[in-house]
Design a protein around this ligand. Structure first.
Ligand SMILES: C[S@@+](CC[C@H](N)C(=O)[O-])C[C@H]1O[C@@H](n2cnc3c(N)ncnc32)[C@H](O)[C@@H]1O
Length: 216
């Protein structure tokens, strides 16, 4: 059976990450494979100190691109921030709405409300890799932002460089189709951001995760 990426978030309430069928893995097309937990547990869990360091950089209205189960956009809503999550996964959108967030089920590359008027765009937990071309995704962010707006982006550790590849998710004998993905390290971000008309304003590390704020 072919899995869908959105199956990641489809499990009966209370069932452990990975469910009865076993844990999830991500596989790169060069064969490298790694377990999706702890990240999957983090996406489904509460905000932690590293997440709060991202949220502390949110200014004004916020668009959380690929919001997953909504721990960040839900927390922003609880803080009274005008925030919208966007995700293609119906199960993620369901969970994010249950977390109290306003969420659209849509691709971030499709037309979105308020284009050119958002104060902050969030790309959390590797989401700068969505679509396999971080330069194109950052150009998309720039078009979503108001003049003077900022992108708050999670990246990989310095030394990672820019790796454009394809991934698939695996669970037991099942796998999703291959999809385009990229990893970008803090070292490669300045050049890629510049290609999108953005510059790195600030970079920081918290709990082994790496982040940057980008300005136009
Ligand atoms: C790595 S998870 C991150 C979840 C969330 N940002 C977090 O930190 O908890 C990636 C999310 O991006 C979503 N996604 C992938 N491609 C997308 C696209 N083109 N448009 C919107 N969401 C997308 C997936 O459904 C998934 O929920």
């Amino acid at each position: 059976m072919t899995l869908a990426v959105s199956d990641l978030f489809a499990r009966p309430a209370g069932e452990a990450v990975g469910g009865l069928e076993g844990p999830w893995f991500a596989r790169r097309e060069d064969g490298r494979r790694w377990p999706l937990d702890p990240p999957l547990g983090r996406w489904l869990g509460p905000v932690d100190a590293a997440d709060r360091s991202m949220l502390a950089r949110v200014s004004g209205t916020a668009l959380d691109l690929g919001c997953g189960p909504g721990r960040l956009v839900g927390e922003l809503a609880r803080r009274g921030v005008h925030a919208l999550g966007v995700d293609i996964s119906a199960d993620a959108v369901h969970l994010a709405r249950r977390a109290g967030a306003a969420v659209l089920r849509r691709s971030l590359f499709s037309p979105l409300p308020g284009e050119g008027h958002w104060d902050t765009v969030l790309l959390a937990d590797g989401n700068v890799g969505i679509g396999g071309d971080p330069g194109a995704l950052l150009r998309r962010c720039r078009r979503l932002l108001a003049p003077g707006g900022r992108a708050v982006v999670e990246v990989e550790e310095p030394g990672t460089g820019l790796v454009c590849t394809r991934l698939r998710l695996e669970r037991g004998a099942e796998a999703t189709s291959w999809f385009d993905w990229a990893s970008i390290g803090a070292d490669a971000l300045p050049a890629t951001a510049a290609s999108a008309g953005l510059r790195v304003h600030e970079g920081w590390e918290r709990s082994g995760r790496w982040f940057a704020t980008l300005l136009g």
